[in-house]
Design a protein around this ligand. Structure first.
Ligand code: AMP
Ligand code: GLY
Length: 430
């Protein structure tokens, strides 16, 4: 029985976990993915990511001492708390710290307590929505309405009029029974970047800055989704902006984590908007972003396994993060109809495994077909095709050419990933 930490369990089942498993294997680990999916080698479909006793048995049977967590659900369900007094280490925060993601109201209070630069906001319980309506009118509908809980990226309404904001409040009232809270934020403008680091609450090591594309349609139109594509690094995020993000967002966050009565170990994601008044934090996630991970991990030259181990050991200070040169672009291959509640799935997927140099596919919403090795679509975001090129335009071109070669019925790929016009940013305003 092997007991070294080079054997590990990875929790989750999406394309992000496929990218994590791939990277950790390149770093020398033996990776078991619970439950994984039909397209990720080493998947154990019978064990769900929130069945902690079954995960513990699996670890004991295989002599595994390390669990890396992909999605938020096991963290919010307390996986790090469950294994606290065992000899199995979990890379991911405990339940209370995971509230930074799972409650928008709590997270906003944390930002305020610790002086993290963020949008002004007001919270309302569901029995006080009339007050929210009054605030919406005061702000002339230029607000963002956020449901206070995990909503898989779909609980946020960016509004441009009183009518839209009113409709958002009405929809939330219809969707959710019982008590809930709503966060109303002033609407900010500017490009967004995703900054993700590994932190032990004292230090942080940032991975490559990335940009997501949350809306379904070209030109950032249409409904919000879990993410339609990503690229890294972000050319317009220069040293001045990075320094401002460190000073106004990351450093206050670390000071906050030290001051709070909980520890934080794991990936910490900062969703940042570069506004005319400086950087503002829109949200924390307590995990790698999806689809950001699918580009950030191939871009990482350093060993992720070593970085994870160093974070758990409290020795991040002795690490350096090296990135590969060039640009990485990830296109989500989605099912037509996503993100609606229902759309057809179950279509055979062709062309995975035929990628040329510099391209790879990470699979998410898939299930096994009848024939050996066959994959069928089984969700909204079916796979992420990632391409590497010397610069962003070349990587974009390669990604779209390769995406043509992966086929399933009703496939939808947003056509403008990595092609937003370079934003005109001023750095003089702050
Ligand atoms: P969140 O889940 O809080 O990051 O919100 C999802 C998306 O809504 C963000 O990526 C932004 O595109 C948008 N958004 C959130 N908060 C704001 C805000 N205060 N102003 C403008 N857009 C926002
Ligand atoms: N791509 C944004 C997220 O993972 O929440």
């Amino acid at each position: 029985m092997r007991t070294s930490t080079t054997q590990l369990v990875l929790l989750g089942s999406g394309a992000r976990e496929h990218a994590l498993a791939t990277k950790l294997r390149q770093d020398g680990a033996t990776v078991h993915v619970l439950p994984g999916n039909a397209g990720i080698p080493g998947s154990v479909a019978s064990i769900s990511a929130t069945d902690f006793p079954a995960i513990q048995n699996f670890c004991q049977e295989h002599g595994i001492k390390l669990i890396v967590v992909g999605p938020e659900a096991p963290l919010a369900a307390g996986v790090a708390d469950y294994f606290l007094n065992t000899d199995i280490r979990v890379f991911g925060p405990r339940r209370q710290a995971a509230t930074l993601e799972s409650s928008k109201v709590w997270s906003k209070d944390f930002m305020r307590r610790h002086g993290v630069a963020t949008a002004r906001a007001w919270s309302f319980r569901s029995d006080r929505l009339a007050e929210a309506q009054a605030r919406v009118e005061e702000l002339a509908g230029q607000v963002v309405v956020k449901y206070d809980g995990l909503a898989a990226g779909k609980g946020v309404y960016v509004c441009s009029s009183v009518a839209e904001a009113t409709a958002a409040l009405t929809e939330l009232r219809e969707l959710h029974e019982g008590w809930f809270s709503v966060l109303l934020e002033e609407k900010l403008t500017g490009p967004e970047v995703s900054l993700i680091g590994l932190t032990d609450g004292n230090r942080i090591r940032l991975l490559a800055p990335a940009q997501d594309h949350k809306q379904l349609l070209a030109g950032d139109e249409g409904p919000n989704t879990g993410g339609m594509g990503a690229y890294c690094p972000v050319p317009f995020l220069d040293d001045n902006w990075l320094a401002a993000i460190r000073k106004d967002i990351i450093d206050p966050t670390l000071r906050g984590l030290q001051a709070e009565p909980f520890d934080f170990i794991g990936f910490l994601y900062f969703g940042v908007m570069l506004t005319p008044d400086g950087p503002r934090l829109l949200e924390y996630n307590v995990r790698l972003g999806d689809p950001e991970a699918e580009v950030i991990l191939p871009a990482l030259e350093s060993s992720l396994l070593d970085l994870i181990t160093a974070t758990l050991d409290g020795s991040l200070a002795q690490t350096v993060v090296k990135q590969r040169s060039g640009a990485f672009v990830g296109l989500v291959l989605a099912s037509g109809g996503y993100p609606a509640a229902q759309f057809p799935t179950g279509f055979p997927i062709h062309g995975i495994g035929n990628q040329g140099r510099g391209a790879q596919v990470f699979v998410g919403g898939v299930k096994p077909g009848d024939k050996p090795g066959e994959l069928l679509t089984n969700g909204g975001r079916v796979a992420v095709l990632v391409a590497h090129g010397p610069d962003l335009p070349t990587a974009v071109q390669l990604a779209y050419a390769e995406a043509e070669l992966v086929y399933f019925q009703d496939k939808y790929v947003r056509p403008d990933i990595g092609q937003r016009p370079t934003p005109q940013l001023t750095t003089s305003a702050y």
